[in-house]
Design a protein around this ligand. Structure first.
Ligand code: PLP
Length: 390
């Protein structure tokens, strides 16, 4: 038995700061749950369109399971590329408006794989200050120099781009809809400076895919920036309701990643039921192209109610609505009280968000009715007043 005292000591320090995280087994998934015998509104799920258990998606997953089995049995480059993988990549490329797409084991792996394949030790990564951990982990793995620009600050980005050593390649990384703030990147401006300065641009559309843009194609699609954004990342695990991630881009980019993205090369292909589920989700979206717009309207009304009560929702304009509290302990106490009142919301603390900005992250989904959202806004307001937060 190894000595684990150091772990206990450090865990106690985390606990004292209100930062120790613990796993919690949920009885069920979905926007509305039964918890301890009562109806609870779940605002922590990223299943924005409620597709994870939609009958058409389940049927497509089951059909793929019956046809191709539970697992891909090997890495994609060995014998793990099945017809369903090829079909999904063709569909994702069309959906996003790119020539090609490559599916990875998860969104995390897609980011780690793409970033670490595109730059090396003599290159630079210019990352938005709030870029997701998976993008930064890819940058660390690449051994490129990492420069962070202030959140959504294109002038700062431009100043950094102008300092490029002649021999280096630059890769700009940002999200289109930010995961913890629900705000949008100034994509047009970022794409313009990327083109002017000859930098590659990777945009993470984890929270935009399925929700933003025509038919849920994402913010790149909404702004028609496919030519200017060379690398478009998306996940299959949020609005598309299943699991996996992908990169969309040119045929050349795809061939490069197939040869150089280590999480793609050294890991088993995505299980066929996941592939089938996503094909089913894309069919649902094709038949119902207004789902994302409907969700954004509901989220907008909800955010306005919260703002009218005096909550700080930051610069959110999307289906992700933060309620910024600041102090870790106060925020944890608030989240506990809300749970007692039938509202489940993720308590997000540093290091996921900057120190002093602990928040509830509320994800609005199509499983929440307008009545659910009105009720939730009322409970949040009353509970915050009781806790002296408003
Ligand atoms: C912005 C962003 N990128 C990437 C990921 C990783 O995606 P996945 O959960 O599919 O691994 C997430 C998920 O937390 C995310 O929020």
């Amino acid at each position: 038995m190894t000595d684990e005292t150091w772990m206990e000591t450090e865990l106690a320090q985390l606990r004292a700061q209100g930062l120790e995280r613990q796993l919690q087994v949920m009885p069920d998934a979905g926007g509305v749950l039964m918890l301890d015998g009562r109806r609870v509104l779940n605002f922590s799920s990223n299943d924005y369109l409620g597709l994870a258990r939609a009958p058409a998606v389940l049927e497509a997953a089951a059909a793929a399971l019956r046809c191709w089995g539970a697992g891909a049995t090997a890495s994609r480059l060995v014998v793990g590329t099945l017809p369903c993988h090829a079909e999904l990549e063709t569909r994702l490329a069309q959906f996003k408006g790119y020539a090609a797409a490559l599916v990875f084991g998860s969104g995390y792996l897609a980011n780690v794989g793409a970033v670490s394949a595109l730059v090396g030790r003599h290159d630079r990564v210019l990352a938005d200050k709030l870029a997701h951990a998976s993008l930064l982990d890819g940058a660390t793995l690449s051994r490129a120099a990492i420069h962070r620009f202030q959140h959504n600050d294109v002038d700062h980005l431009l100043r950094l781009l102008r300092q490029k050593p002649a021999s280096a390649r630059d890769l700009i990384i940002t999200e289109s809809v930010f995961s913890m703030d629900g705000d949008l990147a100034p994509l047009r401006d970022i794409a313009r400076v990327a083109q002017e300065q000859g930098a590659m641009l990777l945009v993470d559309e984890a929270h935009a895919t399925g929700v933003w843009g025509p038919g849920g194609t994402g913010l790149i699609g909404e702004l028609r920036l496919q030519q200017a954004v060379s690398v478009a990342m998306g996940t299959l695990s949020k609005a598309l309701g299943a699991y996996g991630g992908f990169i969309a881009g040119s045929e050349t980019l795809k061939r490069w990643l197939v040869n150089r993205a280590r999480p793609f090369i050294f890991s088993t292909g995505l299980p066929p039921p996941c592939v089938g589920a996503v094909l089913g989700a894309l069919d649902v979206l094709k038949k119902n192209p207004g789902m994302g717009a409907d969700l954004l309207r509901r989220a907008d009304a909800f955010r306005q109610r919260l703002q009218a009560s005096g909550f700080n929702t930051g610069s959110s304009v999307s289906q992700i609505v933060p309620v910024i509290i600041g102090d870790n302990q106060k925020m944890l106490a608030f989240a506990r009280r809300l749970r007692d009142h039938g509202i489940l919301a993720a308590a997000i603390r540093p290091p996921t968000v900057p120190a002093g900005t602990a928040r509830l992250r509320l994800s609005v989904t199509l499983e929440h009715t307008c009545e659910d959202l009105n009720r939730a806004a009322e409970i949040l307001t009353n509970t915050a007043r009781e806790e002296c937060l408003l």
